[in-house]
Design a protein around this ligand. Structure first.
Ligand code: BES
Ligand code: MN
Ligand code: ZN
Length: 489
């Protein structure tokens, strides 16, 4: 879908804002007079109040070229922010996406940034994953091919879109990766896909099992041991900052399918474990976004790609493996595999790149879903300053985070008499925290944040119009914002 910016509307569907208490925007007023009052009559005949999320469609209005007018509520004008604009325009696009309308014009008040947020909302809402739907009838397919944001600030917004368009593309890429099926997306095919983004100016390195063996990454390798697919690690490099500046490092869990291994998961819902690479997808999407908008920062992305399968050669509960850090790990549950993958990738990243900080994303624990649902990602960290910045970026991007504690009392839960640590805590209590404690033992005291996105990275059936499919692409907008607001220039 194409995004355009224009000073006047040319689409066959025209959307205009209405504020709280049915206060018409200038664009809605203009449509009202062009249609001899059809806008006011339609509002009066309905329960449309102009609240955020309210929508009212007027079909085939006389007096204008448009085949439909869509009124959308923005609530109190003084309270409107970028997130509100994003969500409202997303609602409009969701409502017309398969309506038959081809070109949609959306009037929006506010500055260039606000317009770009609206356009971002349009892109997010138009996302589809139809790759495998061979029998979708024509009238169920999206009809909208372009969205035009209409404003007197259009030309400034069009310029600014060079900063936002790549972020929208990064989210789309991340969603495509999460939604892709595990028979098509496995470590090797995934690494091949990541190589494609080198066209944006990123440097991409792919490591196989032989190399990871040499580095001593036996925690990661143990997870992939039961799979016929070779495990991979991919490093993405973007050098947009000053030479010599320490890089920012983003690390992602890329379990392309998590069956649980020998500690096999129950069958119900296991298909969703195709999304257990959501953390890595966010890192790939982020790196594409940063390169696409030529971010002025040095950034490293590292993802660990494995498939966790039961097999005659699979890792067993009771096995002890040595991670790249030199620490030994007793495997108590082969389904607690994400931390094993990340432990090695985190250690590798700090050892090779000496980054300013490390932020990892992972669909790590079911427990974070119990605690926070799909609304916030769980955050764990050894650096209060960095968390404060992340929380701010979360509010600004509407990809929100909630910090949970870590500490020695929890850390003791992963001690074992047989090795340096075990890969699960005692029982099920504080499951997300004990997972974080395990990661913390692999960051070598570097400033670090772990973001558990098991709830936010996958969400089928979300009510948010910006979130139309299972794969959400969560993390791309959050971390792009973190970099943009704190670590560029
Ligand atoms: N990938 C899962 C976590 C997960 C669960 C993500 C549900 C999304 C939705 C992870 O590898 C896992 O299996 N974690 C276990 C840990 C347990 C064995 C200590 C869990 O959460 O049950
Ligand atoms: Mn698991
Ligand atoms: Zn997993």
């Amino acid at each position: 879908m194409k995004i355009l910016f224009a000073a006047s509307a040319s689409g066959d569907a025209v959307a205009a804002p209405v504020y709280a208490d049915r206060k018409l925007s200038d664009a809605a007023k203009a449509l009202d007079s062009a249609t001899s009052g059809a806008v006011t009559r339609a509002i009066e005949a309905s329960r449309f109040k102009g609240g955020a999320g309210d929508l009212l469609e007027i079909a085939a209005p006389a007096g204008v070229d448009a085949t439909r007018i869509v009124l959308f509520g923005l609530g109190e004008k003084s309270k409107l922010d970028g997130n509100g604009a994003e969500k409202a325009v997303a609602g409009v696009i969701k409502s017309v996406l398969t309506s038959g309308a081809k070109a949609v014009s959306v009037h929006l008040d506010g500055d260039a940034d606000q317009l770009c947020r609206g356009a971002l909302g349009a892109t997010l809402a138009s996302y589809r994953f139809d790759t495998y739907r061979t029998k979708l009838s024509e009238d169920k397919k999206p009809s909208v091919t372009s969205v035009e944001m209409v404003s007197s600030h259009a030309s400034a917004a069009e310029k600014l879109w060079a900063q936002w368009g790549p972020v929208a593309d990064g989210v789309t890429l991340a969603r495509d990766l999460v939604n892709e099926t595990p028979n098509a997306l496995y470590p090797e095919s995934y690494a091949e896909k990541v190589k494609e983004i080198s066209k944006l100016g990123l440097e991409i390195e792919v490591f196989g099992e032989e190399e990871m063996e040499k580095y001593g990454m036996h925690a990661l390798l143990g997870v992939g041991q039961g799979s016929v697919r070779e495990s991979k690690m991919v490093v993405m490099k973007w050098d947009g900052g000053k030479s010599g500046d320490k890089p920012l490092a983003f690390i992602g869990k890329g379990v392309t399918f998590d069956s649980g291994g020998i500690s096999l998961k129950p069958g119900q819902g296991m298909d969703e474990m195709k999304g257990d690479m959501g953390g890595s997808a966010a890192v790939v999407g982020l790196m594409a976004a940063l390169a696409g908008r030529k971010a002025k920062a040095n950034v490293i992305g590292v993802i660990g790609l494995v498939e966790n399968m039961p097999d005659g050669n699979a890792q067993r509960p009771g096995d002890i493996v040595k991670s790249m850090s030199g620490q030994t790990i007793e495997i108590h549950n082969t389904d607690a595999e994400g931390r094993l993958v990340l432990g090695d990738v985190l250690w590798y990243t700090q050892d090779r790149f000496d980054p300013k900080f490390m932020i990892n994303l992972a669909t790590l624990t079911g427990a974070i879903l119990i605690a926070l649902g799909h609304e916030h990602a769980g955050v764990f960290s050894n650096d209060d300053d960095l968390v404060a910045k992340l929380e701010k970026a979360g509010k600004a991007s509407d990809e929100t985070v909630w910090r949970l504690p870590i500490g020695p009392e929890y850390d003791r839960q992963i001690d074992t008499p047989n090795a340096d640590m075990k890969n699960v805590g005692e029982g099920r209590l504080a499951g997300s925290i004990t997972a974080a404690q395990f990661l913390k033992r692999h960051v070598n005291e570097k400033p670090w944040i772990h973001i558990d996105i098991a709830g936010t990275g996958m969400h089928a059936g979300s009510k948010d119009p910006r979130q139309p499919t299972f794969g959400t692409g969560y993390g791309v907008r959050l971390l792009d914002r973190l970099v943009r607001d704190n670590f560029e220039g």
